[in-house]
Ligand binder design. Structure first.
Ligand SMILES: Cc1cc2nc3c(=O)[nH]c(=O)nc-3n(C[C@H](O)[C@H](O)[C@H](O)COP(=O)(O)OP(=O)(O)OC[C@H]3O[C@@H](n4cnc5c(N)ncnc54)[C@H](O)[C@@H]3O)c2cc1C
Length: 500
């Protein structure tokens, strides 16, 4: 029987709609299920306890001290607090935004100094920001943005405090830059006896190098003079590349390009081609330059971005969906249609909370390793075996570049390094911890084999011998800790595990 043309068209349209619905049904249901189950179950830390971003470190403490007065009065009270702690044989740990994950801000039974109240900021001499150690990057970006300025080196998110960032010696996506210590001109430090000293490359130089990346063991950073840079406008280029060619592609794209401002890579998480494909993202300065740009600041993290990201938890399909959303829909359709331009401040103005676990039964944990660029692919080859063998749920792996660090005593970048930042999700129970412990130890062992190191603010799963192999300067670092703080007033879980 022959159908009339009108019916044939209706039939074809109906078939296409049906096909479209069938194709969309799976992602629609998967994402709706993720969105439905994604409830915020984060409970406040009970009174008398301290915890950190891992939500695995709840510990009983003596008290939490916060500055409730003006800054000068706060300093006086802080000195009195240290005196009281010494008199009562209590240890003192220091907390910024508490995004470290191994009890670095906690000492059992001790006093936690919460630096949040020291958050004043002002500009000095044009490109120097004078800032309280408790200030968060988010507030700093808002302040700098109105002056056409931006942060020179910080993490890829804006939740962290200046004191916490300097004490772990953070790094970010800023291209061709050492860690944050290179941007610190000077800092004021309250020592265990309550005295205040200024440390810089000219004054108290040894103490300066120890405090940069010093994990709160040498004193309390009160405020800092930080070099800042002009806010600028960048154009983003996203290049798909086999991860084995990632380092060489980046080198060729950036060799003669003085306009590269920020760079990061993202690897494919799906079981097929696991960590074999990458997206290389290069932000280049617009020419002519847009120095001292005063732009509007809005967070670039819509709710559906979170849903797509979280849909990868425990689901290879969700990880595939995210990879396709980023490599195809975002890079090839949305960005070309809606623009690839952002100011530097807009890129940095993004909280980590948009992607982190909010459920009470699971947690997101980071591991980060640094390897010399020629070892990148060898290291990945090891990761491709270790992570699936441990059934660890890797949600994200970004790649950054850190230049050699000549400022910090306990440096992780003794030469130019590629940083691999891995975000895992696991249940908040003993089995989850055991899995992460095993996977961390295996990953760190192969980082060391590949002439690399690992980053210290995360879970303390690495045994002391391997810590010392990764950081041969650690023995002297802890001897100097006891020289500058003979009563060992400043302590935390990190010191308890590795300090002796
Ligand atoms: C989701 C997420 C993303 C991250 N991304 C990055 C990244 O892109 N790059 C990167 O380098 N790191 C990254 N990190 C790690 C992060 O930089 C560190 O955890 C950093 O310490 C966070 O700052 P904070 O204010 O939370 O520090 P806290 O966790 O509060 O403190 C960290 C350490 O600093 C000490 N400290 C804090 N304030 C002071 C002070 N005023 N004086 C002396 N000591 C002090 C503490 O005692 C502690 O030892 C990330 C962490 C998370 C959870």
């Amino acid at each position: 029987m022959k159908l009339p043309l009108r019916k044939k068209i209706w039939f074809a349209v109906g078939l296409m709609i049906l096909l479209g619905l069938v194709l969309l049904a799976h992602p629609f249901f998967h994402l709706t299920k993720t969105w439905w189950n994604d409830r915020n179950e984060l409970a406040p830390v009970p009174a008398g306890k301290a915890n950190d971003a891992s939500r695995l470190d709840e510990t009983t403490i003596a008290e939490t001290w916060t500055n409730s007065g003006d800054f000068a009065a706060g300093e006086k009270q802080l000195a009195e607090l240290l005196q009281r702690a010494r008199a009562n044989h209590l240890k003192v740990s220091i907390a910024g935004a508490r995004h470290s994950m191994g009890g670095h801000t906690i000492y059992p039974g001790g006093i936690v100094v919460d630096m949040g109240g020291f958050n004043q900021m002002s500009l000095r001499a044009g490109n120097i920001l004078h800032v309280g150690a408790g200030a968060r990057w988010r507030d700093i970006l808002i302040f700098l943005n109105t002056n056409g300025l931006s942060v020179e080196v910080m993490q890829s998110n804006d939740d962290f405090s200046v004191g916490g960032s300097i004490s772990v010696n953070c790094h970010g996506w800023q291209f061709n830059r050492p860690p944050i210590d290179s941007t610190v001109e000077s800092l004021r430090l309250m020592r265990a006896d309550g005295s205040i000293v200024t440390c810089s490359r000219m004054k108290n130089t040894e103490l300066f190098s120890l405090v940069l990346g010093g994990y709160g063991l040498f004193g309390i950073i009160l405020d800092v003079d930080l070099r800042v840079v002009p806010n600028e406008r960048y154009t983003l280029e996203t290049l798909p590349v086999a991860s084995s060619n990632y380092v060489s592609l980046l080198a060729s794209r950036t060799a003669d390009n003085r306009n590269v401002g920020m760079v990061y890579g993202r690897l494919r998480m799906t079981a097929t081609n696991f960590l074999s494909d990458a997206l290389l993202n290069i932000y280049s300065r617009k020419t002519p330059p847009t120095n001292f740009l005063v732009s509007s600041l809005k967070t670039n993290s819509p709710w559906f971005k979170r849903v797509i990201f979280r849909s990868g938890v425990g689901s290879d399909y969700g990880k595939w969906l995210r990879w396709e959303a980023e490599s195809l829909v975002d890079a090839k359709i949305i960005k070309p249609l809606f623009g690839r331009e952002n100011s530097r401040n807009e890129i940095l103005f993004e909280p980590a909370d948009w992607f982190l676990e909010h459920g009470s039964n699971r947690t997101d944990i980071l591991i980060e390793c640094f390897v010399p660029p020629p070892q990148f692919e060898n290291f990945l080859m090891d990761l491709r075996k270790i992570i699936p063998a441990n059934r660890a749920d890797l949600l994200n792996l970004t790649v950054r570049h850190v230049n050699a660090d000549t400022n910090s005593f306990l440096h992780y970048a003794d030469r130019d390094m590629v940083a691999l930042v891995m975000l895992f999700n696991h249940p908040r129970d003993a089995a989850g911890e055991m899995c992460m412990s095993n996977v961390t130890r295996e990953i760190v062992a192969v980082a060391l084999k590949n002439q690399g190191r690992y980053y210290l603010p995360y879970r303390l799963h690495v045994p002391p011998e391997e810590f010392r192999a990764a950081y041969p300067q650690a023995k002297r670092f802890f001897e100097l800790k006891r020289k500058y703080d003979p009563d060992e007033l400043f302590q935390n879980e990190f010191y308890l595990k590795y300090g002796k």
